[in-house]
Structures are given as structure tokens and as C-alpha cells.
Design a protein around this ligand. Structure first.
Ligand code: ATP
Length: 214
């Protein structure tokens, strides 16, 4: 992310990839402008929030005109550093890890899983999709050689911290943690946490207690 990004609130920054993906589709279909109401409908963020978010980018929509799609796209491209591919490694090639390796992230943005790691002899030295799986013994070496910046953790949770400690002095700047473990990291590393079980439980709770308006 560029230095301009530092002025943008974190909640806004988190919505950028969502906006970016939708705007790319709009652009591809030849649309030149978009209203906050249209955007709101597509990305399911209320239009007041969208207007506030976009005002941070200096994109002021005109009444009855909306936003200029090209202007927004070039801003997002610059801000999200999409010109450069971010190199990602995945640790733990089990059911979830395999699904993520097979998922083509490049379709939507410039992110590519370059390497996988596991300890199981069934997985090591295999290729999944077009990604080679290495043994954990070579973790530090392979991360360094491939200049991996982001690591996806899909190992059993009891191994998550030990692995995190091993990569904390490397080229890695971010960890996407799919394990339920809460990780301790040095200040230079950012962790985002995705606990699918918690997300599912939370959705079910909301369905029960806050049913959608019919
Ligand atoms: P599977 O059915 O393939 O075991 P799973 O997702 O149910 O998938 P888990 O026990 O969660 O299995 O393990 C996920 C993956 O992490 C497995 O491929 C396992 O071999 C691998 N793994 C286990 N321990 C480590 C470790 N210390 N370092 C790296 N990978 C590990």
C-alpha cells in the first residue's frame, strides 16, 4: 500500500478491494460512471458510507452524475499496488489449504500463491494446481528465495504459533490466519484472522435474533 493509504481509516481501507473488484467489472463492461446507489446495491455497503469512503480518495461524486469509473480505478490501482503481484505462501496443504491452492486468486487481483508447505510425505514434493509443495524443513529458505510477503496459515491450530515464530524474521509482512489460534507477532507483521466456524456461528446467531426484514 502506498503512503497515501496511511490517511485512510482502516475500516475504509478494508473495503477498497471490494470496491476495486466491482469497478473493474464495470469498466470491463464499458461503463464510464457509477452512482453511489448503484455501488451500494452491488457491494452491499450503505451509500452514506460509500460517499464518506470515496471522499477520502478525493473522489467527490456529482449529483445526477455519480463517480467517474476511470478516475476511481486508477486511484485504486495506485493505492492497492495492484501493478505488482504480491507473493503468497500457504502453510498446511490439508482440505482447506488444497481448496485455496486450487482457487485462482489472480482472477480478481494481483495475488498469487507461489509456494505451499506441509510435513506430510503425501503432500511434500507434489504440485497442487501449479503450486509446488515444500517440506517445512525448507520453510525459511524457500520463503527467502521466493520473496514471500504474505503467508496463509491452514495448519492444525497447535502448530500455528511455532510456525509464526519461524517466519517472524523473514520477508513476510502479513499472515492470513485460518486457524483458531490467536497469534503473537512482532510489530512489523500484521495478522488478519478468519475463523470460518466463528463466522458461521455468528451468522446463525444473527439469523435467529435479528431476522431480516421481509
Ligand atoms: P487433511 O484431511 O488433508 O488432513 P485437514 O485440513 O482436515 O486436511 P489438518 O489436520 O487440519 O487436516 O491439517 C492441515 C494440513 O496441515 C495437513 O495437510 C497436515 O499435513 C499439515 N500439517 C500438520 N502439521 C503441520 C506442521 N507442523 N507444519 C506444516 N503443516 C502441517
Amino acid at each position: 500500500m502506498s503512503t497515501e493509504q496511511t490517511k485512510i481509516p482502516q475500516a475504509t481501507a478494508k473495503r477498497l478491494p471490494l470496491y476495486y473488484r466491482f469497478l473493474k467489472n464495470l469498466h470491463a463492461s464499458g461503463k464510464l460512471r457509477v452512482s453511489s446507489a448503484e455501488l451500494s446495491d452491488a457491494v452491499k455497503v450503505d451509500s452514506a458510507t460509500i460517499r464518506r469512503d470515496f471522499s477520502y480518495f478525493g473522489a467527490l461524486g456529482k449529483k445526477g452524475y455519480g463517480y467517474n469509473v476511470n478516475y476511481l480505478l486508477s486511484f485504486f490501482r495506485k493505492t492497492l499496488d495492484q501493478d505488482e503481484v504480491t507473493k503468497v505462501g500457504l502453510i498446511g496443504v490439508g482440505n482447506l489449504g488444497t481448496a485455496l491452492l486450487n482457487y485462482n486468486f489472480l482472477k480478481n487481483n494481483n495475488t498469487k500463491i507461489e509456494v505451499g508447505f506441509d510435513v506430510s510425505p503425501d503432500k511434500v514434493n507434489q504440485k497442487i494446481g501449479d503450486v509446488s509443495v515444500y517440506h517445512m524443513d525448507d520453510l525459511e529458505k524457500v520463503i527467502e528465495e521466493n520473496d514471500i510477503q504474505v503467508v496463509i496459515l491452514t495448519v492444525p491450530s497447535q502448530h500455528a504459533q511455532t510456525i509464526t515464530d519461524r517466519i517472524s524474521q523473514s520477508t513476510v509482512k502479513g499472515i492470513l490466519n485460518f486457524t483458531p489460534a490467536r497469534l503473537t507477532v512482532p510489530p512489523a507483521i500484521r495478522v488478519h484472522h478468519i475463523d470460518l466456524a466463528v463466522e458461521l456461528q455468528s451468522l446463525i446467531y444473527f439469523l435467529k435474533h435479528y431476522p431480516a426484514d421481509m
